[in-house]
Structure formats: C-alpha cells, structure tokens
Design a protein around this ligand. Sequence first.
Ligand code: NAD
Ligand code: IPM
Ligand code: MN
Length: 350
Amino acid sequence: ARTVKLAVIPGDGIGPEVVGEGLKVLDAVAAQHDLAFETTEYELGAQRWHRTGETLPESVEAELAQQEAIYLGAVGDPSVPSGVLERGLLLKLRFDFDHYVNLRPVRLYPGVSTPLAGVAPDDIDMLVVREGTEGPYAGAGGVLRKGTANEIATQDSVNTRVGVERLIRYAFAKAAERPRQKLTLVHKDNVLTFAGDLYQRVLKEVGAEYPQVSVDYCHVDAASMFFVNQPGRFDVVVTDNLFGDIITDIGAAITGGIGLAASGNINPDRTFPSMFEPVHGSAPDIAGQGKADPTATVLSAATMLEHLGVPEAARKIENAVAADLKTRGDEERSTSRIGDDLAARVAEQG
Ligand code: NAD
Ligand code: IPM
Ligand code: MN
C-alpha cells in the first residue's frame, strides 16, 4: 500500500468535529485504493495558545514540512484576540508553505436548495482560483500614533510580478482543461490601479499562450452581484486574496451554504505540503453541539486526494456526497451521522 503521511490539525470550535468525520471518510476510501494514511495529529490553536503562548512553534512547522499533506479543521476562538491564531497559524502556514493557489470550487449539487430563483445545478459550476500568499493579507503596513485622535492605520496590498504570474498561469491551465474554457479576472482595476494593472497585463500576456480560453474581466462589486443573479457567467475565476475570500463566501451561500464549501491551499510546485480545509471557520456559535455539517471538510479531502494523484478516490468521495445531498431533506442529522452516512456511501462503491 502507498503510505501517505498526513498531518491533522483539528484546530478550534467545530474543527475537531468536522475533521473527525473527514478522517472517517478518508479511511473508508483508503481501504479501496491501496492507500494507508499515516496521520499525526497536532495540537495547534486556542488551547495550545492558552497553555503555552505558542501559535506555531518552529519545531512543529519543521515537522509539518515533512508531511505529504495537511488536513485542517478551522482556527480562531472568541477567547483569543482576533488575528492571533488566524495570522500566527493559518496564514503563517499558507505563506511559509507557499500556498499561492487557494482553490475553491463553487458547485451546486443536484437536490441542494439555493436561495437563487430559477437556477439549475448545471448553472453553477465554477472554480475560484484565489491568490493565497499576497495582496492585503501580506501583513505590510502599520499603525502610527495609536490610540490618539490622529491614528493612522495602513494595510498595504502586496502584489508581485512573480506571484501574479504564477497564479494566472495556474488559472489558465485549469480553464484550458474545462469544457467551457473560460477565465474571468475579478479585481477592482478602476480604483486599485497599480495592482489591477499588473493583473491585467499578466492576464493578457499569459492569455496569448491560451488562445482557446476566452477571457473576461469583472470588477469585484459587479462580480458579487453576478454571483447572485447570473452565476452561469463564471467558469474559472482568478482573483486577489481578499476578493477571493469574500466572493467564495458568496459562492458558498448560493450553493447550499458554508457547510458544503471545500478548499485547498495548494503549493503547485510541491516544494511544501499543501493544506486542505473547509472554507468556513470554527463556528463558535454551534461548537460542541454536533450540529456542524462536515460535508465541506469531507469534500476538501476529495480535493486532497486529487492533489495526491488519486483522482478515482476523489471521485468516490464526491459521488458519496452527491448521493447524500440528493436525498437530504429538512431532517436534522448530527455531524457524526452525516460522516457515517458518507463513509457508508463510499464503502458501497467498493
Ligand atoms: P464561520 O464560518 O466560523 O461561521 C459563520 C456562520 O456559519 C456561523 O453561523 C456558523 O455557525 C456557520 N457555519 C460555519 N461552518 C458551518 C458548518 N460546517 N455547518 C453548519 N454551519 C456552519 O465564520 P465566523 O463566525 O466569521 O468566524 C468564526 C471564527 O473562525 C473566527 O475566529 C474566524 O477568524 C475563524 N475563521 C477561520 C477560518 C479557517 O480556519 N480557515 C475560516 C473562517 C473563519
Ligand atoms: C478563509 C478564512 C481566512 C481567510 C481567515 C481566517 C484568515 O476567512 O479561509 O476563508 O481570510 O483566508
Ligand atoms: Mn473566509
């Protein structure tokens, strides 16, 4: 059997609940594909911070770097100042492991209810390629005269030629593989003129190598509207880190909710392990109640299997989810019940 060294970071809030179900489903699929996941669990998040003051010790990060992939639940807790764990753990991993592609599929599965009227499943099938290591997330900027009436806070958006080009290349390659072969840049080049212009020039240059891909552009405000009233316009969407964060929550909302939205933080160069996690956060409002939907985390495991080069196994998980979603009514199922059902549907495909 192929052994996959998998780091597991359950994290905070509903993180441990949903990751537990994801691992159940991964176990079910592993057995059928001659895979063995050798998991190492890392206690990172609020509890560790309270206990030791650490967010991501160097020694732990060095160990993580040796793993083939990372499976993460969510981080962030109301008992920890906002940003400490988000920046010190989650973004640190994305940055240090060069996860420059944040891959977020937005798909409406048959049977799933959407708040949009007159939309059929085929109408929403996009792939958002969100930048993962730059933009306003870079942490550039600072504060002057803090606490005074003249306080100035700046938060710079960092956009490098190398960073934008590798992202856009990845997006074109993805668009070229899909039936519709369409790529839309979402930005705000009418206001963010320096960064927007860089994105536009690179889009044009790389686009010349992909004549079969049709290219489109939308300002992020209009794109937010079109996600809701014309989602069918979009196939592959490439966008900046912050815009991508926001529009993928809209994407989740139109495809059945945040409990279904999967993501992968990808290092396409494979210098570092990629990290797979749901789009949602730690949901402190429902933590510990068995109410969280683990489906997003399960689908993120499918994205991971795809990245690990086992697409057949990824398809089995997606099929299991699709079958489950088709028959979901209004019934309330617990987190673990959904996980059990998904694992059983994987097993059925033997
Ligand atoms: P959130 O995604 O945690 O929750 C938003 C809403 O969605 C809540 O009502 C929550 O109950 C619901 N929800 C989320 N996941 C769900 C699921 N699987 N099933 C059912 N309902 C679900 O976002 P938030 O409230 O803005 O943030 C809470 C904390 O999580 C913050 O500390 C934030 O920084 C952090 N966060 C972490 C990540 C991550 O680790 N990748 C992502 C987003 C937010
Ligand atoms: C996400 C989250 C993170 C982000 C936060 C928690 C840093 O919202 O994964 O979408 O903004 O990228
Ligand atoms: Mn987000």
